[in-house]
Design a protein around this ligand. Structure first.
Ligand code: GLP
Length: 241
């Protein structure tokens, strides 16, 4: 894992955006893996700004998102589809039909998982996957204990994750109990992984990532086995490392 240390959130977001735009310029038909949450929002702002100023085009780019809540459709303001439309897709020239987000309202969720895996394969795999990290080390919605061999699947969210994400909802009761997420094995197949971490709430998972052995009880630890991981972390996230 390669670590890029930065001073603050803005610098992290800018560095990550530079890596993505540089890649797209050389590979206009890139397949990108996007994440949601407060961590990547600044990256998306930078991508929008770069698109406006420098004209980086996403016309041939395809994207896959990591996860989605079960039971929310794309018009729900807390769905990840809505988040991506609002924070990125509506502001760049990516074709909507080339942006794939899991359907949390699919009638048959198992089939939805299989369909998603197939689409990623058909796209030739993900070139760069953006990742955040949960306070308990989860990546996407793969909670501690998830097998490293997991593919896209349905999960029951940990209480701590529902609490952490309750800030986006009116109350914790509104936070869905389940989500649908790319699995750890699916994520690990990405050519390159860009893990972003900012702020004091990420100090503990980042410390654990660098110091603890690889174990399913700490999902992010598997990243140590990936040949091309870049971690961009700010001072606060690195304060205990
Ligand atoms: C959620 C998402 C993850 C994300 C994590 C951290 O649970 N499913 O993909 O990495 O939260 O979110 P944040 O960046 O808001 O701290």
């Amino acid at each position: 894992m390669k670590l890029i240390q930065v001073n603050h959130y803005e610098e992290m977001s800018k560095k990550a955006a530079d890596i993505i735009t540089h890649y797209i310029k050389n590979h206009p038909n890139a397949v990108l893996g996007f994440a949601t949450g407060s961590t990547p929002s600044g990256l998306y702002e930078n991508l929008i700004e770069d698109h406006r100023k420098n004209g980086t085009s996403y016309k041939a780019v395809r994207s896959f998102n990591l996860d989605e809540y079960v039971g929310l459709d794309g018009t729900h303001p807390q769905s990840y589809r809505y988040f991506m439309d609002e924070h990125l897709f509506n502001h760049i020239d990516i074709l909507k039909e080339n942006t794939y987000v899991l359907n949390g309202k699919a009638e048959n969720l198992d089939m939805e998982c299989k369909r998603y895996e197939r689409m990623i394969q058909e796209a030739g795999g993900i070139n760069i996957q953006i990742l955040g990290i949960g306070r308990n080390g989860h990546i996407a919605f793969n909670e501690p204990g998830t097998p490293f061999s997991s593919r896209t699947h349905i999960v029951e969210l940990a209480e701590s994750t529902r609490k952490a994400n309750a800030r986006f909802f009116q109350s914790i009761d509104e936070v869905p109990t389940h989500s649908i997420t790319m699995g750890i094995a699916s994520i690990m197949e990405s050519q390159k992984i860009l893990l972003l971490a900012s702020g004091p709430s990420k100090a503990e998972p980042i410390r654990r990532l660098f110091t603890e052995p690889i174990s399913e009880s700490f999902p992010a630890s598997i990243l140590k086995q990936h040949p091309n991981v870049v971690i961009i972390a700010d001072k606060e996230a690195l304060k205990d490392t």
